[in-house]
Design a protein around this ligand. Structure first.
Ligand SMILES: O=C1O[C@H](COP(=O)(O)O)[C@@H](O)[C@H](O)[C@H]1O
Length: 261
């Protein structure tokens, strides 16, 4: 957590509201600066709760047709499975917005492709193509667009996206997207951005609530190795922010540098 900002809120509800307000502000700022905004969503409890909080805000300052939406990870299940991060995000928020469907980029579902590897390859190719179209880097399969804000949940085991401790995916250094087949949290088959892809984002936000996450947060704060504590291995190129509730922050050594939010 060195060089990261920390914002601590009393409980999950004010936390999700705070992150939602910050997200809308960053989208407005990105559109003012660059014409469009690119966000990467997370699944999980606080990820979906934050999207529901955005739905409660006045977002008239956002031009939703100029927002690109990606996911940091996806559960490799059929498109209509309730476990899909994509489906949960659409139900919580996306279906209520005037998004450009061509700018919403779900990971291919298990009933659309033959394997999680194929889903990962297609997702990586789409990331590279959008990146190249924006003039960033050649579409060689190892590029990602310039994400403005990439949000992550953190599991009690310190996993982020579908990067779980000690699995090969955490060590991936070249591919932007990989398949995961032995996730300890069900469902076992998943597709995830890798650490290099996550760490290409301008801002990486970790949104964490609950006492069961306090140990993971403390380990990340102590600078543990990413292989054992994946949450310790993420950072934005411009900014990294930990948004915590008091329960998740309970085992931080000293939070004197925390934002009072
Ligand atoms: O399975 C997943 O879990 C993580 C963390 O979820 P949480 O409910 O413990 O906050 C989430 O970030 C990831 O997107 C999701 O696929």
């Amino acid at each position: 957590m060195t060089e990261a900002d920390v914002a601590i809120l009393d409980a999950p509800e004010p936390l999700s509201h705070h992150v939602a307000e910050r997200l809308v502000a960053e989208i407005v700022a990105a559109q003012a600066a660059r014409g469009s905004a690119t966000v990467v969503l997370t699944g999980g409890g606080m990820g979906v709760r934050t999207l529901a909080a955005v739905a409660d805000l006045d977002t008239s300052a956002v031009d939703w047709s100029r927002v690109d939406v990606w996911w940091g990870d996806e559960r490799f299940v059929p498109a209509d499975d309730d476990e899909r991060n994509d489906g949960q995000a659409r139900a919580a928020l996306l279906d209520q917005l005037d998004l450009d469907p061509a700018r919403v980029h779900p990971v291919p579902a298990a009933d659309a492709v033959g394997s999680a590897e194929e889903a990962a390859e297609r997702y990586a190719a789409e990331l590279a193509a959008v990146s190249a179209a924006a003039g960033n880097r050649p579409a060689d399969g190892t590029a990602v667009p310039a994400f403005d804000v990439l949000m992550l949940g953190v599991g009690p085991d310190a996993h982020v996206a579908s990067l779980f401790p000690e699995l090969d995916a955490v060590a991936e250094q070249r591919a932007t997207v990989v398949a995961v087949h032995d996730a300890p949290k069900p469902p076992p088959h998943r597709v995830t951005l890798t650490l290099p892809a996550i760490n290409a984002a301008r801002q990486v936000w970790l949104v964490v609530a609950g006492a069961d996450k306090a140990g993971a947060v403390a380990l990340a704060a102590h600078g543990a190795a990413a292989q054992q504590v994946p949450a310790a291995g993420v950072r934005g190129t411009e900014r990294t922010v930990w948004f915590l509730d008091t329960a998740a922050a309970a085992r931080l050594p000293e939070t004197g540098d925390a934002e009072s939010a």
